[in-house]
Design a protein. Structure first.
Lengths: 100, 666
């Protein structure tokens, strides 16, 4: 049985890495991967508290998150691919048309 | 007895019923209403009606004529008077009503007005053919007929005034029918203002009478009962009678207000026949006879004044008829003179009043006939001047014969209408011992015969002196002439003692009076007429230039200048009023009133300028300021929208962090 604070620290670290990746990386695929990291940090938290409270709802919820994340990555990769086809780049600093 | 007039649910009417069934008298008000409807219909739909709308006037007045005969039949068969009224409004104790009072006199007047009006309506189809205001002419003609009929049937003084004034208005617009010529519109104004001078006393007279009843009624019959019952002070009655008589002097063209009638001849001839000969000018006489109790019970000097003015008019206007060249002006002075006869007779008591109405009755027919005949002549010759006529006997036989019948009736030759009525006048004066009036009117009859002979001889005999080729008028004009000529021959017998004088069984004040035939009076009257005619024939047998009447010298100058009355009015009244009073009023209007008005306008404008400044600067500024502030702020804020997804994400996380801090602190 792993102790709860350890799990929470792990989760927080994972989340922070994800946030860093989203905010700092220029590669669109890496941004998507960082989002996956944050989602998984959430999953870790859900499972940890599920264990603590002896409530399976948390684990069921984690399964749902995994499914949604899969869908999200599917759409996200499709968008990245289309951007690449159109603009020959996946650097998201250059994908800034949606502005004033 | 309270029954409805016609519409039981809508109109409640009071009927004061004499013995016997009311018969058609209940519907007498319809006779007056029909022409009013016709006027409205012609006004709005006349131009769309084939022929220009005359059909409506002829139909309604014709219906009215038939109804009038029905109403008269009620009295021929011995029916009694009938009164009915509906409430109009109430002021304090004074209950205003709209009503009708139908007695024999009303019935006779209804027949006179509708028959002459019908003739004139038909006659005008031909006479006014092609006139540019044909339809409008018929509107005014119908409206006038309605107003006159309203005067005739009115049971109270206020209703009478309404009809009285509408008549004056119609007279004004019809005299000025051809207003493009300045003299016509001036004549219209003169007629309107001159009669108005009489109308003002009339209005005050009505006020005095109504005030004397304690403001309880304006009903003519009730006032008559109060007066004859001695309920009013004699002085008040005298004042009221005098003021009422002022209205008659204006409307019936009596001296000294007669000056408008000759100038009223500027209107179309059918109008002269209807309004200025047969009906409207007779309204003054009718009004005096209708309110006769007031005159009868006033101080005696009132009736003496009435007689004096009447006889002055009868004689003075007759003399003026001698020197006129305009055929219509001869007839106009003749009308004034005959109206003077009627007014004179008002001074001779109830019998005189009835005789006056008989003369009004016959005069309406033969004078309408004469005017329409003169219209036919004018239509053919395109001139009013007898000096440019002559010899029309051959070219216009129908006009000639009917005109001659009318002229002989006017001169008083038996057995035509004028003879009988003049005879009755003289008999009534004789019975009332009015010797002076008797002989003066007899002399006036001779003068009448003289100028009548002159008029006929100059117009129809000798050689034609005008231009072009005169021809007989169309049937629509000769038809009414023949009808009126027939009436002129026949109606006189209604007042002849030999036929029982049915007229005087219809028209009486309290009791029907016995009518007697006085041979020596008749002989005198015929002698006067024949003398006048013979004198006229002697002088005017042949056309002579200049007119032999100029041989009278200074008297001729006096007559040609109409006794200088117009000049006296012009110098003594009109010019001082115009140059003094009107100028002062004009000055005060131009300077004072306009100054006030302009000043007010200037202040308003100045104030408006201020308001405009406030509006433009403050209110518009506030509105624009709000807009500009919003635009400026938006311009600043738009730079946040950079399009950089990662910056958005950074804001997102920053927001989450802030929220987390806030919520965990709580």
């Amino acid at each position: 049985m792993i102790r709860l604070p350890l799990l929470l620290f792990f989760s927080a670290a994972l989340f922070s890495i994800g946030v860093y990746g989203v905010l700092a990386r220029r590669n669109g695929v890496l941004v998507l991967m960082s989002i996956e990291l944050m989602l998984n940090a959430v999953n870790v938290n859900l499972v940890a508290f599920s264990q603590l409270w002896r409530d399976l709802a948390g684990q069921v919820f984690a399964l749902f998150v995994i499914a949604v994340a899969a869908a999200e990555v599917g759409i996200g990769l499709a968008i990245i691919l289309l951007i690449y086809r159109n603009r020959e780049t996946i650097n998201i600093n250059e994908v800034n048309l949606l502005k004033w | 007895m309270v029954t409805a007039l016609t519409l039981p649910a809508l109109v409640r009417a009071e009927e004061i019923q004499a013995a016997g069934a009311p018969g058609l008298t209940r519907y007498a008000w319809l006779i007056a209403l029909l022409p009013l409807l016709s006027a409205a219909v012609i006004l709005f739909f006349g131009k769309r009606t084939p022929g220009g709308g005359w059909i409506w006037g002829v139909l309604t007045v014709g219906t009215g004529f038939v109804l009038s005969l029905g109403v008269l039949w009620h009295f021929v068969t011995g029916g009694g008077a009938h009164a009915a009224a509906i409430d109009w409004f109430t002021i304090g104790t004074l209950r205003m009503q709209l009503g009708q009072y139908v007695d024999g006199l009303t019935a006779v007047m209804l027949v006179v007005v509708t028959s002459v009006s019908l003739c004139v309506h038909i006659y005008s189809i031909g006479y006014m053919h092609g006139d540019r205001r044909f339809t409008w002419f018929y509107v005014a003609l119908s409206l006038f007929t309605a107003a006159m009929l309203n005067v005739v049937i009115a049971d109270n003084l206020f209703q009478l005034i309404v009809g009285w004034e509408v008549m004056g208005f119609c007279s004004y617009i019809l005299i000025g029918h051809w207003w493009e010529e300045h003299v016509n519109s001036s004549s219209a104004i003169k007629a309107f203002i001159t009669t108005r001078i009489g109308d003002v006393p009339f209005l005050f007279g009505v006020f005095v009478l109504v005030a004397a009843t304690g403001f309880t009624t304006s009903n003519i019959q009730e006032i008559g009962h109060l007066v004859s019952g001695g309920e009013m002070a004699r002085g008040v009655v005298a004042i009221a009678a005098l003021l009422l008589f002022g209205g008659a002097v204006g409307k019936s063209a009596q001296f000294p207000l007669h000056v408008w009638l000759p100038d009223a001849m500027a209107g179309p001839t059918p109008v002269s026949a209807l309004i200025h000969a047969a009906t409207m000018v007779a309204a003054g006489v009718y009004m005096v006879g209708r309110t006769y109790e007031v005159f009868l019970h006033a101080d005696p000097w009132v009736l003496q004044l009435v007689g004096a003015i009447g006889v002055t008019t009868a004689f003075g206007a007759g003399l003026l008829g001698l020197v006129q060249d305009d055929i219509k002006r001869v007839l106009a002075y003749s009308t004034i003179s005959q109206l003077g006869y009627m007014i004179t007779l008002m001074a001779a008591g109830p019998a005189g009043r009835n005789a006056a109405f008989f003369h009004l009755f016959t005069h309406a027919f033969f004078k309408a006939l004469l005017f329409l005949g003169s219209g036919s002549v004018i239509h053919a010759c395109h001139t009013n001047n007898m000096s440019e006529m002559g010899g029309l006997r051959k070219t216009m036989p129908v006009t000639f014969w009917t005109f001659t019948i009318g002229s002989l009736a006017l001169a008083g030759v038996p057995p035509l209408a004028g003879f009988f009525s003049k005879d009755e006048l003289l008999v009534a004066l004789e019975h009332d011992h009015q010797q002076v009036l008797f002989w003066l009117l007899l002399a006036a009859a001779a003068v009448t015969a003289f100028y009548t002979a002159r008029m006929v001889l100059q117009t129809f005999f000798g050689e034609y002196r005008g231009h072009g080729h005169p021809h007989e008028s169309p049937l629509s004009m000769t038809g009414p002439l023949v009808a009126l000529a027939g009436a002129t021959v026949l109606v006189g017998f209604l007042g002849f003692a030999g036929t029982g004088a049915p007229f005087f069984d219809w028209v009486y004040l309290e009791e029907p009076e016995a009518v007697t035939f006085v041979p020596w009076v008749a002989a005198l009257s015929v002698t006067a007429a024949l003398l006048g005619l013979a004198g006229g024939y002697r002088v005017y047998r042949r056309w002579r230039e200049p007119d032999p009447i100029t041989a009278l010298g200074p008297l001729h100058r006096l007559l040609a200048n109409k006794y200088y009355l117009d000049d006296i009015y012009w110098r003594g009244i009109i010019r001082p009023v115009r140059d003094g009073l009107s100028a002062a009023v004009n000055w005060s209007n131009q300077v004072v009133l306009d100054g006030i008005v302009n000043g007010a306008a200037r202040v308003a404008r100045w104030f408006s300028e201020g308001v405009r400044g406030f509006d433009e600067r403050v209110i518009d500024g506030a509105v624009n300021g709000v807009g500009q502030t919003a635009g400026f702020t938006g311009g600043l804020l738009r730079y946040i929208q950079s399009g950089n997804v990662q910056r958005y994400a950074a804001f997102l996380f920053a927001g989450v962090v802030i929220l987390a801090v806030i919520f965990t602190r709580i």
